[in-house]
Structures are given as structure tokens and as C-alpha cells.
Design a protein around this ligand. Structure first.
Ligand SMILES: *[C@@H]1O[C@H](CO)[C@@H](O)[C@H](O)[C@H]1NC(C)=O
Ligand SMILES: *[C@@H]1O[C@H](CO)[C@@H](O)[C@H](O)[C@H]1NC(C)=O
Ligand SMILES: *[C@@H]1O[C@H](CO)[C@@H](O)[C@H](O)[C@H]1NC(C)=O
Ligand SMILES: *[C@@H]1O[C@H](CO)[C@@H](O)[C@H](O)[C@H]1NC(C)=O
Ligand SMILES: *[C@@H]1O[C@H](CO)[C@@H](O)[C@H](O)[C@H]1NC(C)=O
Length: 317
């Protein structure tokens, strides 16, 4: 009985996540976090960078210049303090310094690349407690695969390492060192790693057990604003159909590359640098919820924007 029920739920979740090739997103973004200038009040953000949505669509944000992690529930008007010290009236004691990227596991445990401190940190939300997992590492991006392993990218030397933080060894499993550079990373359901090259203006993927990266987007290899180019690509997300979504920071736009495409399509922004609802100022990271709605950390606008998906063109037969 239980198993049948579980299976049914699983199928529903799968169908929700199908995003067809002709799907579109609203042109106007809705501000779902921040948007009240640069600052450290709980309704403010200061250069947000990494974002992650948990299974309840709570939005976790590395609030970079506030040296803190905050969580915004859907439709909330203020965020909740999760980790970091600076700011008004906090009881948290564990310092973060320009936290970069974030993931939350199924238990609600938070993993952060504490970039300014060159380390990786784990925080337990219900206990106000954090611990250092790895020290002396140029930690930038972080991702978790479906077996619970955690991957850390190191910006300057382009290395991505794989870790099992559930045992007490904390040994970094060497994965790949042939990237010129690695910024944000994403791991898909097949444990393929996607990595953005901020200065190489391209996206590569690394298949499991294969050290050689494969170029998947940005083939021209130089900065530009045509649809086969990026200018300082930052965050990356991949859906279950293998479409790649990229925060094209220098172009202030979000691009979507269908699997095996040789050019992308514009899905948000692309209207110059600005703070209108159809504009960005340095979009840095992005995430899709299970419906396919798009969330973007709009760094220099100190806000997170949500773009509703429109699947009306998807209906078959
Ligand atoms: C948030 O607000 C929207 C629009 O009013 C509503 O449709 C949605 O159900 C709300 N979500 C939550 C989690 O309250
Ligand atoms: C800090 O802790 C004290 C004592 O537990 C509590 O009364 C206070 O509300 C806490 N402050 C915040 C901002 O959580
Ligand atoms: C998550 O919680 C389960 C059940 O409490 C526990 O067995 C598991 O070790 C936890 N995983 C992590 C990564 O903490
Ligand atoms: C993972 O592999 C399956 C089977 O080959 C494929 O259908 C699916 O699209 C792949 N997922 C991604 C994200 O590429
Ligand atoms: C990009 O590729 C899509 C198909 O993936 C195509 O429909 C579109 O016209 C192309 N756009 C440009 C500017 O080449």
C-alpha cells in the first residue's frame, strides 16, 4: 500500500518537472527577496550571490556583503537569519566572510562555500551551529549529487573535488583539474557536472568517471552578446530534459540552451543593465523550482527575481 502511494507521488513529481522545448517565461520578474536597496535589515540583501530552493520552495541565499545566509519563504516580506554574525540582534556566533554558494540537503542541513575564508562550512538550522568541513580551499561553487556526495569548485585552478562529508575522513576525491577555471557548478540526475568558466565565457560538462571536459555552450570561446556567446557566465542550472540555463552576467540576461544546441535562446532580461522588472544588474546565480519557475539572484540590484513559466505551448496531442 505504502509503496504504491509513494510511486504515485513520484510520478506526479516527474511530470511536474517536464519543461518542453517551447516553454517560455514571463518577461517581467517578481521580486521575491530583497529589493529594498543595499542593506542588512531583514528585508534587505547586500550583493546576493548563490541561491538554492528546498523541496518546500524556501529560497536560501548567500547574502554576500552581509556575510550571512538568509532564507526567504515564498511570499515573505522579510528573510530569516540562518548563519553568519554581522547585523542587528543576531544570536549567531559562527562568522562567515563573503559566502559564495549554497546547497541544502534533504535534512535541511546547509552547506556553504565560505569564499572569503577559503573554506567549506556546514550549518544545522535548528541548532544555530556551524562547523568547518574543509579549510584552505579556494571554494567557489558547491553542488550535491543524488547519492549525497558534495562537489566543490575552486575558481582559480579550475579544480572540482568530490567529498563524502558523512564519514569522518573528509577526503577530497579528485575529479577534474583540466578546466581553465570553474565558477558555479551543477550536477544533474546522471551525475554529470556542469561548470561555468567566468573568464573563458563558456560552459563545460564532465561526465562521471571521465576527466576530460566537454564544451556544451559558448563555442566561440570569447566574450560577446550574440546568442552563441556569453560575457562572464556565472550560475548554471540543468533541467531533467538536459536544457542548460545560464546567468549571463555581463550581458544582464538569462539564456537557455536546449540539449546539444549550438546557440541559446533568451528567456529573461537582455534589456540592458537596470533595475526595471525586465532588467538585471549582474545576475549571478539561478534556480528552477519543480514547476519550472525561474529564480535569479540579481546581485547589484540586491534582490532575487522570479519569472513564471508558461507551458501553454507544451501541450501535445
Ligand atoms: C504566494 O502568492 C501567490 C499569489 O498571491 C499565491 O498564488 C501562492 O499560493 C502563494 N504561495 C504561498 C506558498 O503562500
Ligand atoms: C537571542 O537569544 C535570546 C535568549 O535565548 C532570545 O531571547 C532572543 O530572542 C534571541 N534573539 C534573536 C534575534 O533571535
Ligand atoms: C539525514 O537524516 C537521516 C535520518 O535522521 C540520517 O539517517 C542521515 O544520516 C542524515 N543525513 C545527513 C547528511 O545528515
Ligand atoms: C539522463 O539520462 C537519461 C537516459 O539517458 C536521459 O533521458 C536524461 O535526459 C538525462 N538527463 C539529463 C539532465 O541530461
Ligand atoms: C537558436 O536556436 C534555436 C533552436 O535551438 C533557433 O530556433 C533560433 O532561431 C536560434 N537563434 C539564433 C539567433 O540563432
Amino acid at each position: 500500500m505504502f509503496f504504491f502511494f509513494y510511486f504515485f507521488i513520484f510520478l506526479i513529481n516527474l511530470s511536474n518537472s517536464e519543461i518542453c522545448s517551447t516553454a517560455t517565461w514571463s518577461k517581467q520578474g517578481i521580486t521575491v527577496a530583497g529589493g529594498h536597496d543595499y542593506g542588512d535589515k531583514l528585508d534587505q540583501l547586500a550583493h546576493p550571490m548563490g541561491i538554492f530552493l528546498d523541496n518546500n520552495d524556501n529560497i536560501y541565499i548567500t547574502d554576500g556583503n552581509n556575510d550571512r545566509i538568509v532564507r526567504w519563504e515564498q511570499n515573505a516580506t522579510i528573510g530569516q537569519w540562518i548563519a553568519g554574525v554581522k547585523g542587528p540582534n543576531t544570536n549567531h556566533t559562527f562568522p562567515l566572510f563573503i559566502p559564495y554558494d549554497i546547497i541544502v540537503d534533504n535534512n535541511g542541513t546547509v552547506y556553504v562555500t565560505d569564499g572569503g575564508h577559503h573554506r567549506v562550512v556546514r550549518c544545522y538550522q535548528d541548532q544555530d551551529e556551524c562547523e568547518v568541513l574543509v579549510d584552505n580551499i579556494q571554494s567557489t561553487g558547491i553542488a550535491q549529487d543524488n547519492q549525497g556526495f558534495i562537489y566543490i569548485s575552486e575558481y582559480a585552478d579550475g579544480q572540482i573535488t568530490k567529498w563524502n562529508f558523512n564519514d569522518n575522513e573528509f577526503d577530497g576525491d579528485f575529479i577534474v583539474s583540466k578546466l581553465q577555471q570553474s565558477m558555479f557548478i551543477f550536477i544533474d540526475e546522471n551525475r554529470t557536472i556542469y561548470s561555468t568558466g567566468y573568464l573563458t565565457h563558456r560552459i563545460v560538462k564532465i561526465n562521471e568517471n571521465d576527466e576530460e571536459p566537454i564544451l556544451v555552450a559558448g563555442q566561440s570561446n570569447k566574450a560577446g552578446d550574440s546568442y552563441d556567446q556569453f560575457d562572464n557566465p556565472s550560475g548554471v542550472y540543468v533541467d531533467q530534459q538536459g536544457s542548460i540555463y545560464v546567468a549571463d552576467q555581463g550581458n544582464n540576461r538569462i539564456m537557455r540552451w536546449l540539449k546539444d544546441a549550438t546557440n541559446g535562446t533568451l528567456i529573461a532580461g537582455g534589456n540592458g543593465e537596470g533595475s526595471n522588472s525586465d532588467q538585471f544588474h549582474s545576475p549571478t546565480d539561478l534556480f528552477l523550482d519543480r514547476e519550472g519557475n525561474l529564480y535569479v539572484s540579481d546581485k547589484m540590484n540586491n534582490r532575487v527575481q522570479k519569472f513564471l513559466i508558461d507551458k501553454s505551448s507544451c501541450k501535445k496531442n
